[in-house]
Design a protein around this ligand. Structure first.
Ligand SMILES: CC(C)(COP(=O)(O)OP(=O)(O)OC[C@H]1O[C@@H](n2cnc3c(N)ncnc32)[C@H](O)[C@@H]1OP(=O)(O)O)[C@@H](O)C(=O)NCCC(=O)NCCS
Length: 172
């Protein structure tokens, strides 16, 4: 078993290296990165798995977003990454479960992501475009997903996903 631990400020460089390794250095050109620019990730939802030497083997982060004209608050899952040598051992699922549980306890009500449908569907994610949500750039429709963390949270929430209001951005 790999314990899930809160991310530390000193993990940042290792996480960048892990993300380059798993997603490639072009990763920042993706639409999701537009929503992350100049917005800090949510520190209470940033978790890692480390080996006994402190090397980061897995990481998950979330960003705050706002949906539609009402700027309904939501969180955006990702990036989540596991070092290639350690994939397929349950680390990714454990990071996702642990952080979604933490998000629910902290009172977050909606979570969106852009990712592989077969991987995220079992957690309870459903198609976000089907619920009238849009991303501010091109994403594959079937990869754009949303999940209620609180019952009924999706009711009356639709429209364009954007950055949260300025006061809630907290630079990273
Ligand atoms: C996606 C990722 C985070 C999963 O982490 P992991 O620790 O390898 O995953 P787990 O061990 O928890 O789960 C493995 C299971 O998920 C499946 N799986 C892994 N990636 C998948 C994907 N992209 N689509 C569908 N299923 C996937 C595996 O086939 C395996 O299934 P099984 O349990 O039936 O054998 C990891 O593989 C990774 O970092 N990939 C590169 C970066 C990436 O693509 N991140 C996010 C994807 S949206």
């Amino acid at each position: 078993m790999f314990p899930i631990l809160p991310e530390r400020p000193t993990d940042a460089a290792q996480i960048d290296t892990l993300l380059d390794l798993t997603f490639g250095s072009e990763r920042t050109k993706k639409t999701v990165y537009r929503l992350r620019e100049n917005v800090g990730h949510l520190k209470p939802l940033a978790f890692v798995v480390r080996d006994e030497d402190g090397v980061v083997l897995g990481s998950i982060r979330y960003w705050p977003v706002a949906i539609g004209e009402q700027a309904s608050p939501a969180i955006m899952l990702g990036p989540v990454a596991v070092h290639p040598d350690y994939q397929g051992q349950g680390i990714g699922r454990a990071l996702i479960r642990h952080s979604l549980y933490a998000a629910t306890r902290l009172g977050h009500r909606l979570c969106i992501l852009v990712g592989d449908k077969p991987y995220y569907e079992p957690f309870g994610f459903v198609n976000a475009a089907d619920r009238g949500m849009e991303m501010p750039g091109w994403v594959e429709r079937e990869r754009f997903q949303v999940m209620e963390l609180a019952a009924g949270a999706l009711k009356d929430v639709s429209g364009m996903v954007g950055k949260p209001p300025r006061g809630k951005r907290k630079a990273a």
